[in-house]
Design a protein around this ligand. Structure first.
Ligand code: ATP
Length: 307
C-alpha cells in the first residue's frame, strides 16, 4: 500500500506573457482527502489545475499526480483522473447524451449508462436536450455528470457548483462525498467559503499565485466577520446583546411601519467568529426574521495579514 500523496506540487510557477499567474505554489493533498482550493477570481486556481493535467506547461516546479509525472505519464494520469473544467466546451448541436458518449469515447472509458442516467436524474438534467438549448446551469450539470460518470482515483473539479442553484449544489456535495467513500481523492476549487466548509476536510487559500495558508475549514469561521440583520417583533431590552462575545451593534432602527402590532426593531449586527453565543442570546426574544451575509474572502485575508 502506497502512502504517496495524491497530489504534490512544489515551487510551481507559470506566467502568461507578463502576467505572473503562479508565483511558487507548494501543496500536498493526501490520498482519500476532500481538499478545497479557495481563492478569489484570478488567484491561479484554474492555472494550477491545468498544470496538473498537463493541459498547460508550467515554467518551473515539480508536480506529481497519483505518484506520476503529469507530463511524462500524461496518458496514465488522464486515465485515472476525472476533470471538471471551469467551462466545458461542448458541440452545440449534440444532445447531452451524445456529448457524454463522445467524451466517454475520447477517454476510452467503458461507461455504465444506467449510472449516467441516475446521475442525470439526481441533477434534474434532461439528457435529450441539445447543448445549444441549455442554460448555463444545465451545461454545468453535463460537466458534472461527465466528471462523475466513470470511476476515478482523483477528481479535479474546477468550481464544480458554478451556476447551480442551492439544491443542485447540495447534490454535487453528495456526489463528492460518495466519490470519497468509494476511495477517491477530490481536489476542488472555489471562491465560496461556505462551500469549502461544507465539504472540504482541508483547505488551501491561494491569492495572487501564492498559497497563503493551508488550514482546517473550521478555522475559516473563526477568522471570519459577518453581518447579520435581525428583525424582532418587539424592541430588545437595552444591552440585551451587549455582553455577547464578538458581537457589535452597527445599526438599530425601530420599524413601526413594517409591523402591525407594537414596535418592532431591526438591527444590523457584526459578528466575529462562531455564531453560537449570539444565536443563544437572541433565542430569548421574538425573532421575525434573520438574514446573514456570507463571510467574504477579503475579510479572511485581512485576518490572515493581521496575523
Ligand atoms: P477564476 O476564479 O476567475 O477562475 P482562477 O483562480 O482560476 O480565477 P486563473 O484562471 O488561474 O485564476 O488565472 C490566474 C491569472 O492568470 C489571472 O490574472 C488571469 O487573468 C491570468 N490568465 C489565465 N489564463 C490566461 C491566459 N490564457 N492568458 C493570459 N492570462 C491568463
Amino acid at each position: 500500500m502506497t502512502t504517496e500523496p495524491a497530489l504534490s506540487i512544489q515551487g510551481l510557477t507559470k506566467s502568461y506573457g507578463r502576467v505572473q499567474a503562479l508565483r511558487g505554489v507548494d501543496l500536498e493533498v493526501g490520498q482519500g482527502e476532500i481538499f478545497g482550493f479557495l481563492g478569489p477570481n484570478g488567484a491561479g486556481k484554474t492555472t494550477t489545475i491545468r498544470c496538473l493535467l498537463d493541459l498547460i506547461r508550467p515554467d518551473s516546479g515539480t508536480l506529481r499526480v497519483l505518484g506520476m509525472d503529469p507530463r511524462a505519464d500524461s496518458i496514465a494520469v488522464r486515465r485515472r483522473v476525472a476533470y471538471l473544467p471551469g467551462e466545458l466546451n461542448l458541440e452545440a448541436n449534440l444532445s447531452a447524451e451524445q456529448a457524454l458518449r463522445y467524451l466517454a469515447d475520447l477517454r476510452g472509458d467503458d461507461i455504465d449508462w444506467n449510472h449516467v442516467r441516475e446521475l442525470a436524474r439526481r441533477l434534474s438534467l434532461d439528457l435529450k436536450t441539445q447543448i445549444k438549448n441549455m442554460s448555463k446551469g444545465n451545461k454545468q450539470k453535463v460537466g458534472v455528470v461527465q466528471a462523475f460518470m466513470a470511476p476515478a482515483d482523483l477528481l479535479l473539479l474546477d468550481e464544480p457548483t458554478s451556476g447551480l442553484d442551492p439544491l443542485m449544489q447540495q447534490e454535487v456535495y453528495r456526489l463528492v462525498r460518495e466519490a470519497q467513500a468509494a476511495g477517491a481523492t477530490v481536489f476542488f476549487s472555489s471562491h465560496i467559503i461556505s462551500e469549502v466548509q461544507a465539504i472540504a476536510q482541508r483547505v488551501a487559500i491561494i491569492r495572487a499565485g501564492r498559497i497563503i495558508r493551508t488550514l482546517d475549514p473550521h478555522e475559516l469561521i473563526a477568522m471570519s466577520t459577518r453581518r447579520v440583520r435581525v428583525r424582532l417583533r418587539e424592541p430588545l431590552p437595552e444591552g440585551a446583546l451587549a455582553a455577547v462575545p464578538g458581537v457589535t451593534l452597527i445599526e438599530g432602527t425601530f420599524k413601526e411601519d413594517t409591523l402591525k402590532e407594537g414596535h418592532g426593531m431591526e438591527l444590523t449586527i457584526q459578528i466575529e467568529g462562531e455564531m453560537d453565543a449570539f444565536i443563544k442570546a437572541l433565542a430569548a426574544f421574538p425573532v421575525v426574521d434573520l438574514e446573514t451575509e456570507r463571510p467574504s474572502l477579503e475579510e479572511i485575508f485581512l485576518t490572515l495579514y493581521e496575523e
